[in-house]
Write a protein that binds this ligand. Structure first.
Ligand code: PEP
Ligand code: MG
Length: 325
């Protein structure tokens, strides 16, 4: 209940056995920051900037974007703030910019693919982000990365824009982390290579599940295939976390799975560093994590990872959770 939850408001997120993780919020607009802070968020794990581009009749200018990013960073007061570059295409359309019809929009020109093709638009967003970076603890994240080449290209453009700003005497933070979403199975499989070049990885399970199970996340008729506990998903998630840690990088999750009651103990045992979710779920997750022992769940991990279906995983988790601690 609400009163019970408020005791978790301005507390760090620590397990029974003293392991600390970060609980962050997913936001869609700068106005959402207030709610994130009121709900005890320790950072922003995903700012979906596409909402800045939607519901209007032209692209947002660099200045408009700068104001939006600055306002988020100002309000977050140096707490980690991950801002994702434009992720449109798929189901997210821009009314003023008609993309050619595609047979499979989710497999088409979307997210980073579009940004790399429309470089002027991409560079405008990056300049706005870079200029805003001096106002807080900014981390820039690229969506839908499938190949190393895409990540390298996006990062190179970012660095080019940064150097140009600096040469013009415009201040840019020296400590911006550059990371990526892991939401395409190819990236999850070769996470070891990405972890060498990215400062952090954030697992986007909404798309990762859709692409791994080959089931449209919006299609009711195949919703039975949307299985967060599918062993393939658990193995991919484990692979990404291990790869990041091998390189000394932090790894988060900003898909729905990060706030899933059954998934949380597994993610904790796997060593996930940051859980990013809707603001309204944060206190509940903190209360829950505070009552879990990481080492106890680590003890269950090899069994969980050996199970062969999502049903088996769910069944086992419910059985252990039911026994309490
Ligand atoms: C995801 O794919 O898990 C994700 C967080 O991004 P979005 O839901 O915006 O596609
Ligand atoms: Mg996604």
């Amino acid at each position: 209940n609400k009163v019970e939850m408020t005791k978790y408001l301005n507390k760090p997120t620590v397990t029974l056995d003293g392991h600390r993780v970060e609980l962050a919020a997913n936001i869609g607009t700068p106005e959402d920051v207030k709610g994130a802070i009121e709900n005890g968020s320790e950072g922003i794990g995903l700012y979906r900037t596409e909402f800045l581009y939607m519901g209007r009749d032209s692209f947002p200018s660099e200045e408009e974007q700068y104001e939006a990013y600055k306002s988020v960073l100002d309000c977050m007061k140096n707490r980690p703030t991950v801002i994702r570059t434009l992720d449109c295409g798929g189901d997210k359309e821009l009314p003023y910019f008609k993309l050619p019809d595609e047979m499979n929009p989710y497999l088409g020109l979307r997210a980073i693919r579009l940004s790399l093709e429309m470089q002027d638009m991409f560079r405008t967003q990056l300049r706005a982000l870079l200029r805003a970076s001096v106002h807080g603890n900014l981390k820039i994240m690229f969506p839908m990365i499938a190949t190393l080449d895409e990540f390298r290209k996006a990062k190179a453009i970012l660095i080019q824009e940064k150097e140009q700003l600096i040469s013009k005497g415009i201040a840019v933070s020296e400590s911006i982390e550059i990371g990526m979403m892991v939401e395409v199975p190819s990236a999850a499989v070769i996470a070891d290579h990405f972890a060498k070049e990215a400062d952090f990885l954030s697992i986007g399970t909404n798309d990762l599940i859709q692409y791994t199970l080959a089931a449209d996340r919006m299609n009711e008729r195949v919703s039975y295939l949307y299985q967060p506990y599918h062993p393939a998903i658990l193995r991919l998630v484990k692979n990404v976390i291990d790869a990041a840690h091998q390189q000394g990088k932090w790894v988060g999750m900003c898909g729905q799975m990060a706030e899933d009651d059954i998934a949380i103990p597994i993610l904790l045992a796997l060593g996930l560093d940051e859980f990013s979710m809707s603001a309204s779920s944060i206190l509940k997750a903190r209360s829950r994590i505070s009552q879990l022992s990481k080492s106890k769940w680590e003890g269950h991990l090899s069994h969980i990872m050996s199970l062969s279906t999502a049903e088996e995983v769910e069944h086992f988790m419910k059985e252990i959770i039911g026994k309490r601690n």
